[in-house]
Write a protein that binds this ligand. Structure first.
Ligand code: HSE
Length: 429
């Protein structure tokens, strides 16, 4: 039986899940592939941690070069997380003719071209299925089974932490801060949740998806990104009244020869399949011109789901090594390279503001929107929620407009005699 040797960088939660996936299903993997896959060395400082796997002390090393420069190692799995030193290690492995598998979305999004170039130059494979959607095989589907399609749009819920928080806020009518605290206690949110709750993790994943689907590089920093920290339980209750759920969405859409993309909380119609994606689950919704609408749904995080995706990549590469054909690189789409990235496009918006409960206010505000070319779709005044200053919440759903234009109009309204506070602005899908 052909033996494939693996060096693993990082034996934290995901590393342990990957190791366990191989351990649990070794017989089946060997029967299916005719290959024996062995994790022979592990770079990990925390040697003493109790883990639910049978790993021996001889497998551990503290020196990355014991893996990156070992000529007997075929594939390096990188599960350290963070951009550096992980990216440097992966590039060194590729330059040393090792195939690389990673789950690290921050590193892949930051150095996509460098990894692709190094893999191509060195005739090795670079795979990163687990970096987007955890266990959901979305990258594989987009780059194999769906290659016969042109894609118009990708919509995704690709962060389990924020989807869990928004779901709990929706189901129990709770505020963001209270749910975050419980999520941290239960291990659904990190002690420092910034990358998740500010949408950065989602922007990394969207940058990777755009590279594969639309063939252009849009870096994480170029994607207009807003997290969920400003969403209130009132916004969620009002979304419900209008027939929507609030979700943190990654969106990339082709409009003519332009590509629009953003990461923002959005009102999702309750009858859209993405509205039913709850708690830590992820889903990616794509529309191909042949296949039509498709939704990929599953666990976007966690040791075993992520381990499943990592091992899938490892097995794909191992099979290619056995056939002496392990030299392709993950094909990003070239067909739509003429697309021009324009950032955020036009959207419908929900705006919640506090206004004086006096005659002429509604007319004055609508006239200002009109002067900026913004049409009103629906309006709701909550007179029962009047405060001690005789101000009431006034809620608009507005027709398509750019966010810049909307902000100009709201600046004018906010500084007028009518409105005392613009409480929230949320995109409507
Ligand atoms: N922090 C990420 C999430 C982990 O909550 O989805 C998976 O990328």
């Amino acid at each position: 039986m052909n033996a494939i040797k693996i060096g693993l960088l990082g034996l934290g939660n995901i590393g342990t899940g990957t190791y366990k996936t191989l351990e649990m299903n070794r017989k089946q993997i060997e029967a299916n592939t005719g290959l024996s896959i062995e994790i022979v060395k592990i770079l990990e400082k925390d040697v003493g941690r109790k883990r639910d796997i049978s790993v021996s002390h001889d497998q551990f090393t503290q020196n990355p070069d014991d893996i990156l420069l070992d000529p007997s190692i075929d594939i390096v799995i990188e599960l350290l997380g963070g951009i550096e030193p992980a990216s440097g290690f992966m590039l060194k492995a590729l330059e040393n003719k090792k195939h690389v598998v990673t789950a690290n979305k921050a590193a892949v999004a930051a150095n996509f071209d460098d990894f692709m170039d190094a893999a191509k130059r060195n005739h090795v494979m670079f795979r990163y299925e687990a970096s987007v959607g955890g266990g959901i095989p979305i990258l594989n589907a987009l780059t194999t089974a769906l290659l016969a399609n042109k894609f118009e749009e990708i919509l995704g819920i690709v962060n389990g932490t924020t989807n869990y928080i928004l779901t709990q806020m929706t189901e129990y009518g709770l505020d963001y801060a209270d749910v975050l605290k419980v999520a941290q206690e239960k291990g659904f949110a990190e002690a420092d949740p910034t990358a998740d709750v500010e949408g950065i993790d989602v922007a990394n994943k969207l940058s990777i998806l755009i590279s594969l689907v639309f063939g252009i590089r849009v870096t994480t920093n170029e994607i207009p990104t807003e997290g969920i920290t400003k969403i209130s339980k009132d916004d969620i209750a009002l979304a419900d009244k209008f027939g929507y759920k609030i979700k943190l969405l990654a969106t990339a859409k082709k409009v003519g020869d332009q590509l629009e993309a953003h990461v923002q909380p959005a009102f999702v119609p309750k009858d859209h399949p993405l509205a039913a994606v709850s708690n830590e689950f992820n889903a990616i919704f794509v529309t191909g011109n042949a296949v039509d609408d498709l939704m990929f749904y599953g666990k976007g995080a966690g040791p075993l789901p992520t381990g499943s995706a990592v091992m899938g990549d490892v097995i794909e590469i191992s099979r290619a090594i056995a056939k002496n054909a392990a030299f392709d690189h993950h094909t990003e789409s070239k067909a739509v390279k003429m697309l021009r990235y324009v950032g955020e496009g036009q959207n419908k918006y929900y705006v919640n503001m506090m206004v004086k409960d006096v005659p002429g206010v509604l007319g004055g505000i609508s006239t200002t929107f009109g002067a900026f070319g913004i049409g009103v779709d629906s309006v709701l005044q909550l007179s029962k929620d009047v405060n001690t200053n005789r101000e009431v919440p006034l809620i608009f759903i507005l027709h398509e407009v750019t966010r810049a234009r909307l902000d100009e109009a709201l600046d004018k309204i906010g500084s007028s005699k009518f409105a005392s506070e613009i409480k929230s602005i949320i995109r409507v899908m």
